[in-house]
Write a protein that binds this ligand. Structure first.
Ligand code: CA
Length: 311
């Protein structure tokens, strides 16, 4: 499922932010991933003023009888509602509240349903306000930041192998091949209350040319970090997200795949590019006018010549 509400790119101070998403069932019969891209208008005034921005998220649901699909949808619907209802709050705190609420909503929805239908979901979400970025995470969907063509994984996986890597008992290569790599230590919806330490929160200041990627695990099992950097650097957010999902499908992912891409550009770069496009259009339209006049003149000459010959 995709929720995308988008109009013009949000212009904030000197940065222009754009976002796009893509998701596919990939190697599974159902797509239990869900993605979210919502534009946030500016809010408040004075010192509590928040610039315009975006809320973006990826959720990877799990559970029998299509319950994974329900869990990921409830997660993104709940954070979209909570973040938009009270946009004036401190962003990190707002994300914490939104994750707690999503956990409760999913857990309550599982009550009274048989044990086979127990459901849960990962959730990684980012709120961008002007140049400020806050990311919240539970589970093993990831946020990456590409800056100056260097890819940095921002989130830590709440998985068994992720914890073993943090403790230094497992290398990144061993983790990729481990049979335990899909075992999650935390997810939304499994317990009535979310662990008090969760979600993990990361706060950053964005720079022009930054690229943010949120993705589900169907992705990083088959797509390398070098590929991430290449695709993020060269295309618009929509195109980059679609191309990354396509490459995961081509490489035979056995899982659902989802990507949300956010581009950060300097407003002056965007303005210069737009001017270049307009000048290009003007040049092309003046060429068309000259061509039309030329054809008209030739046609007129042909008629005059034909008339003279008939006389
Ligand atoms: Ca998955």
């Amino acid at each position: 499922m995709v929720i995308q509400e988008q109009s013009s790119p949000a212009i904030m101070d000197e940065l222009v932010i754009t976002a796009g998403s893509s998701t596919a069932a990939g190697g599974r019969p159902e797509n239990e991933d869900a993605v979210l891209v919502v534009e946030l208008p500016p809010s408040g005034d004075g010192v509590s003023r928040l610039d315009a921005g975006y809320l973006v998220a990826v959720a990877d649901g799990m559970g029998g009888h299509q319950r994974g699909e329900v869990a990921s949808r409830l997660a993104i619907e709940t954070i979209a509602r909570v973040v938009q209802e009270d946009p004036g709050a401190d962003t990190a705190l707002l994300l914490k509240q939104a994750f707690r609420r999503a956990n409760e909503v999913i857990h309550q929805d599982s009550q009274g349903v048989d044990a086979a239908a127990t459901m849960g979901t990962t959730l990684v979400a980012a709120v961008i306000r002007g140049k400020y970025l806050a990311i919240a995470n539970v589970g093993d969907s990831r946020a990456y930041l590409s800056r100056a063509n260097q890819l940095n994984q921002i989130t830590r996986d709440h998985s068994l192998v992720g914890e073993q890597m943090s403790q230094g008992t497992l290398s990144a290569d061993e983790a990729k091949k481990s049979p335990n790599r899909n075992i999650l230590m935390h997810a939304l919806g499994h317990r009535p209350k979310l662990d008090s330490k969760l979600p993990d929160i990361f706060e950053l200041v964005l720079l022009a040319e930054d690229r943010l990627l949120l993705c589900s695990d169907g992705f990083y099992d088959v797509v390398s970090e070098e590929d991430f950097v290449t695709f993020l650097a060269t295309r618009s957010p929509e195109e980059a997200a679609a191309a990354l999902v396509d490459v995961a499908l081509e490489r035979g992912t056995t899982d659902n795949v989802s990507a949300v891409v956010v581009h950060v550009e300097a407003a002056k770069t965007v303005a210069a590019r737009d001017r270049e496009l307009v000048t290009g259009d003007e040049r092309r339209s003046s060429q068309v006018v000259i061509l039309v006049v030329l054809v008209g003149v030739l046609f007129f000459v042909a008629i005059v010549v034909a008339a003279l010959m008939l006389l």
